[in-house]
Design a protein around this ligand. Structure first.
Ligand code: FCB
Length: 457
């Protein structure tokens, strides 16, 4: 065996989000969020469940921190539930909500675990949704007020901040495709939402810096490394559009390049934008969005291979890019493709030049249950993580400034529209008893962290 090692100060951790793990949805003054409303609307969540109890982390956070510590975790990325802090979105602060995150942060620091706080991981206060939600500019203003409250309360101890988790999901998945809360299907509103999410990021960064001296601030995107299925012009165009829709639409403005012109043209042509263009953008917005950040967070799960639907299959160039065999797909139906993580990190470094990169989420859904001895032999997850760690290491060899890696997820949790059937955790959660069992992948990860590297044959 040989050890593929990582730089000395490389950070190893795991990630979660508030609505997916906390539970205690009606406790200590927490207001309603769009996910409470959405998950309780029949037909929205596959198994009919919701986050009312989830992993009961709100009550069990001490035990969870102790488990993280025993696994050697160096960092933990979690999110703050906006409706715990400002139950109706703006105005009156709920001190009990802040108390919870104060205790959590103190507990992590005592355990020697560095907190990475995500301000928005999708649980918008329902009151703000009732006033129009992200398609409205006032929600961006409300986000800045909320950010200031949280950064002032935690900013003396928290030094790593992520404004938003996955603007594509917040805007397009939730407002165009309607698969996540608030469940709208309106492309124009979705595009307006995307702009207001990015704008609120741009406005929030200086507010965080002012309240948290020395803070490192960034944003997390879910990126979709893509390739055309063949070298045909039609497949290339499908690839271009996909890359624009998922990746460049967010990366370009964040790195000072305006929204991509080819996408604006596509959207006008398709009637998703008026002929005058992207009219929600006001003077000064693009400068605000392009604020300098300390890092870019990358959530990577799978790649996309694009085949044109504009040319009949028999007239198109034969496929030259093939998908992985059926055995190499996770239970989400996502292809396992570690090399796309290498390509993605390298491309970000070359095309956008972020100061630093973190993989803020990467992981796999496999539902392997405990065996008769109470062990969880989730070898597929271990293999998945090993291959992705090694791919990330190769990107670092090519110059990508990757500074840390957060496995999604610390424990099994509420997987949004899929409910509890998809299990991403390296720790098994028995939802009846709330017992936690570190899976084999967690024990393997503990050894990786200890060695600061991956053993390969
Ligand atoms: C990401 C989300 C995260 C989790 C994983 C599987 O899109 O950020 O909360 O659901 O997918």
């Amino acid at each position: 065996m040989a050890l593929i090692s990582f730089p000395k100060d490389f950070l190893w951790g795991t990630a979660t989000s508030s609505y997916q793990i906390e539970g205690a949805a009606m406790e200590d003054g927490r207001g309603e969020s769009i996910w409470d409303r959405f998950s309780k609307t029949p037909g929205k969540v596959g198994d009919g469940t919701n986050g009312d109890v989830a992993c009961d982390h709100y009550h069990r956070y001490r035990e969870d921190i102790a488990l993280m510590k025993s696994l050697g975790m160096q960092a933990y990325r979690f999110s703050v539930a906006w409706p715990r802090i400002l139950p109706t979105g703006r105005g009156k602060v709920n001190p009990k909500g802040l108390d919870f995150y104060n205790r959590l942060v103190d507990g992590l620091l005592e355990a020697g675990i560095t907190p990475f706080v995500t301000l928005y991981h999708w649980d918008l206060p329902q009151t703000l949704q009732d006033q129009g939600g992200w398609p409205r500019r006032s929600t961006a203003e409300a986000f800045v007020e909320y950010t200031e409250v949280v950064a002032r309360a935690l900013g003396d101890r928290v030094k790593n901040w992520i404004t938003h988790n996955e603007p594509w999901c917040i805007s397009l998945l939730s407002h165009e495709k309607g698969l996540h809360a608030p469940g709208l299907k309106d492309f124009r509103q979705a595009l307006a939402a995307s702009h207001h999410v990015l704008l609120s990021h741009g406005w929030a960064v200086p507010v965080i810096r002012a309240a948290s001296p020395g803070a490192q601030v960034g944003i997390t995107l879910n990126l979709s490394p893509a390739e055309p299925a063949s070298p045909s012009a039609a497949d290339y165009d499908a690839f271009r559009h996909h890359d624009g829709y998922f990746n460049r639409w967010f990366l370009d403005p964040l790195y000072g390049r305006h929204y991509p012109a080819d996408m604006i043209a596509d959207y006008i042509k398709a009637g998703h934008l008026p002929s005058e263009g992207f009219t929600v953008v006001q003077p000064g917005d693009l400068e605000a969005i392009a604020v300098d950040t300390d890092f870019l967070g990358v959530n990577y799960y799978n790649r996309a291979v694009l085949r044109s639907d504009k040319v009949p299959e028999e007239k198109n160039h034969p496929r030259t890019v093939h998908l992985a065999p059926q055995s190499e797909w996770t239970e989400m139906g996502w292809e396992v493709h570690p090399d796309s993580l290498r390509k993605l990190l390298t491309r970000l470094h070359v095309d956008y030049g972020p100061r630093k990169l973190y993989v803020t989420e990467n992981g796999a859904s496999f539902s392997t249950p405990p065996d008769a001895q109470g062990r969880v032999p989730d070898e597929k997850r271990t293999n998945f993580l090993r291959d992705h760690f090694l791919a990330a290491r190769k990107a670092m060899d090519a110059g990508a400034p990757l500074a840390g890696y957060f496995v999604w997820s610390f424990m099994d949790n509420f997987e949004w529209d899929r409910g509890y059937l998809q299990r991403f955790g390296i720790v098994w959660v028995d939802y009846k008893t709330q017992q936690r069992i570190p899976k084999d992948s967690a024990l393997w990860y503990r050894d990786v962290i200890k060695a600061n590297g991956v053993q390969v044959p």
